[in-house]
Design a protein around this ligand. Structure first.
Ligand code: ZN
Length: 70
């Protein structure tokens, strides 16, 4: 295992890069694994079930809010 491969991880919620050795791993019931950079992201993802595109502090934020197409 190379060091670079281990550090290529981005937060599932906010999209920010997670340094190796940090981050919170979430194992889902279906066996897939999600990484979040902090407990803040973990909470938003799991407990609050927020959409990262609506939160300004995430990289996934869409400027001006989500456009709903009808
Ligand atoms: Zn995050």
């Amino acid at each position: 295992m190379s060091k670079t491969a281990a550090s290529l991880r981005n937060c599932f919620f906010c999209g920010k890069h997670i340094n190796s050795g940090t981050g919170v791993m979430l194992a889902k019931n279906d066996g897939s694994i999600q990484w979040t950079c902090s407990n803040k992201c973990k909470k938003n993802l799991r407990l609050l079930k927020r959409d990262p595109r609506k939160l300004k502090w995430t990289k996934k934020y869409v400027k001006g809010g989500l456009k709903v197409t009808k």
